[in-house]
Design a protein around this ligand. Structure first.
Ligand code: PFF
Length: 573
């Protein structure tokens, strides 16, 4: 007799679990930095378009695949035809690689909870050592970023320590006779001038400096390993213990944990949005975030960034939603659930953006620079921009601790959803006990993450993130829409969804699955490949990084094929 498949405790438990998987670091860490990198407003427009024409239809597709075949991803594709099982494993493999680096960001957050409690990223020492551009006595002892020269200093002369020329301080730092930079910092009785924000940050012993140099010990070359960071190893281990414990008994544990891991961070996020919006200068940041430069919409790279962010954020293309769909009871409501989950996720990202960009606006105002230049972008954004801002808030320590706790509670249910999806795949195939499968999968992901605890960690993470999102998720989704849209039939799947939904979806869904999504993805991948020589992050993509990225993508289907051809012992084989 076939064993009864485990199911969710209730509809709310399922919706919360799926929302929990969708909402994660993708909303608060990745979404803002990708939006920032892609110029703000136009990206937001592309994001919402991709959400409705690709993200939500794909959620419906993935839930319905799992629900129909009652198996996780590999088993579902095996049921379509045994020749496709490898593809199901490929999808699980892409998610698996993502969770290996996702747990690293959880480890950073874990350690930053402690750094926030002690404001460890504020380094007072070393400030004087770097000071090369002292230009005049101000009498101001406390550090202050000045947006204009104090009247009392205008007209005073001094000898430039840089050029050794006599200079006069004038009211306008840019066009004046003395070129002492456009960013002015008064500290320890002197006024310092800087040309760029990075120079100013470095001088101030900034959180950026702390994050990259002290905390991560980042090496200048991606393949230079640097030091192993033991404190990070502790945070990393704690993160994994938490992830594995949360799914110890499968959907039973998940159904309970999600009430906390979804609702608590939402409350905290609201707090941050309110705090952000009430900061001075917030408007500048919001303008950058919400005003689209329409011409940017002609850029294929922007669309690829938007669609892959939608996939990442909705956990689509990871094999997760197929597994979660397979735990749904017979009578269910696929279309409505997908709608609720998709909109809740996008709203959370949107709110996350409000918090980040208003805070960036505040920071830009205090430095007197445009929002587009205020921080260096990339995966470090949340760990550089937020601490900057948190430090300036009253009650900095409390806000800091809450912020990183919010990141952690958001992240944990995304990470365990992936663990659960791969565990379910292993269980379906080999009939292993849930706990054993969990430990094997979690243990393997843990081991693969260890190299990322060294000085080259963020480089590997950046490359893996780039390739897994731009090519991994998009190729999985492309495969799904080709297999269902053109293989088993979009119309048949649509009818299946409609039979299991409170409202019917129209033929527009077939159009999305058969034409719009595949054509869109092909166009975007094509323009990304054409542009590959362009730099991303802090360094250009050189051939070794490129090779490593592609190797990851090519290896996954091969491993998938090996797993598919291994002999299974599970139900229905
Ligand atoms: N949807 C998740 C997020 O936006 O953070 C992405 C995710 C990452 C899900 C890693 C699962 C996972 F293991």
């Amino acid at each position: 007799m076939a064993a009864i498949r485990e199911t969710w405790d209730s509809r709310t438990a399922f919706v919360l679990a799926a929302i929990g998987s969708a909402i994660g670091l993708g909303n608060i860490w990745r979404f803002p930095y990708v939006t920032y990198e892609n110029g703000g407003g136009a990206f937001l427009v592309a994001y919402f378009i991709c959400l409705f024409i690709a993200g939500i239809p794909l959620l419906m597709l993935e839930f319905s695949i799992g629900h129909k075949f009652q198996q996780a991803s590999p088993g579902s594709f095996r049921k379509i035809t045994p020749r496709l099982e490898w593809f199901g494993w490929f999808a699980a493999g892409v998610g698996f690689i993502i969770v290996t680096y996702y747990a690293i960001i959880m480890a950073w957050s874990m350690n930053y909870t402690y750094e926030a409690a002690t404001l460890g990223w504020e380094q007072e020492e070393g400030v004087y050592a770097d000071a090369q551009y002292a230009i005049a006595e101000t009498g101001l002892e406390d550090m202050a970023v000045l947006t204009q020269i104090p009247d009392s200093l205008v007209g005073r002369s001094f000898v430039s320590p840089v050029t050794a020329q006599p200079c006069v301080i004038c009211a306008d730092p840019v066009s004046g006779t003395s070129s002492y930079g456009t960013i002015l910092v008064a500290f320890g009785g002197y006024l310092y001038g800087f040309e760029t924000v990075d120079d100013a940050n470095a001088f101030m012993g900034s959180p950026g400096d702390f994050f990259f140099n002290d905390f991560l010990g980042v090496t200048s070359e991606p393949w230079d390993m640097g030091d192993f960071k033991w404190p990070l190893f502790i945070g990393f281990s704690l993160a994994w213990i938490w992830i594995v414990a949360s799914v110890w008994k499968g959907t039973k544990t998940v159904s309970k944990v999600v009430y906390f891991t979804v609702l608590i961070p939402w409350g905290l996020l609201l707090l941050f949005v309110i705090r952000g919006l009430t900061l001075s200068g917030a408007g500048k940041g919001l303008e950058f975030y919400l005003t689209p430069v329409w011409s940017n919409l002609m850029n294929g790279k922007l669309w690829l960034a938007a669609i892959s962010q939608v996939f990442f954020s909705l956990s689509v293309g990871f094999a997760i939603m197929i597994a979660y769909g397979s735990f749904l009871p017979k009578k269910t409501n696929i279309a409505a659930n997908a709608m609720i989950i998709g909109v809740a996720d996008a709203m959370t990202a949107f709110f996350g953006g409000l918090a980040v960009f208003s805070a960036l606006g505040h920071h830009a105002e205090s430095l007197g620079v445009p929002v587009s230049q205020v921080v260096s972008s990339g995966p470090g954004l949340a760990f550089v921009a937020y601490p900057h801002i948190i430090t300036q808030l009253p009650g900095a320590r409390i806000f800091g601790v809450l912020f990183f706790l919010m990141l952690l509670t958001l992240a944990v249910d995304s990470a365990f959803s992936l663990l659960e999806a791969v565990t379910a795949s292993v269980k379906d195939k080999w009939n292993t006990s849930h706990k054993k499968a969990n430990l094997i999968v979690g243990g393997l992901a843990f081991l693969l993450g260890i190299p990322m605890l060294t000085g080259m960690g963020i480089h590997i993470l950046d490359i893996a993130d780039h390739f897994m999102n731009s090519f991994g998720l998009t190729l999985v989704v492309l495969g799904e829409v080709l297999i269902i849209g053109w293989g088993t039939g979009a119309e048949e799947q649509r009818q299946y969804i409609n039979r299991n939904s409170s409202f019917s979806i129209g033929v527009w869904w077939n159009l999305c699955v058969r034409w719009i999504i595949p054509m869109g993805i092909l166009w975007m991948i094509f323009s990304e490949i054409q542009d590959r020589a362009l730099p991303y992050g802090s360094f250009a993509l050189r051939s070794q990084e490129f090779l490593f990225g592609w190797l990851l993508i090519i290896l996954l289907p091969v491993v998938g094929d090996l797993l598919a051809s291994a002999r299974g012992r599970g139900e229905g084989l």
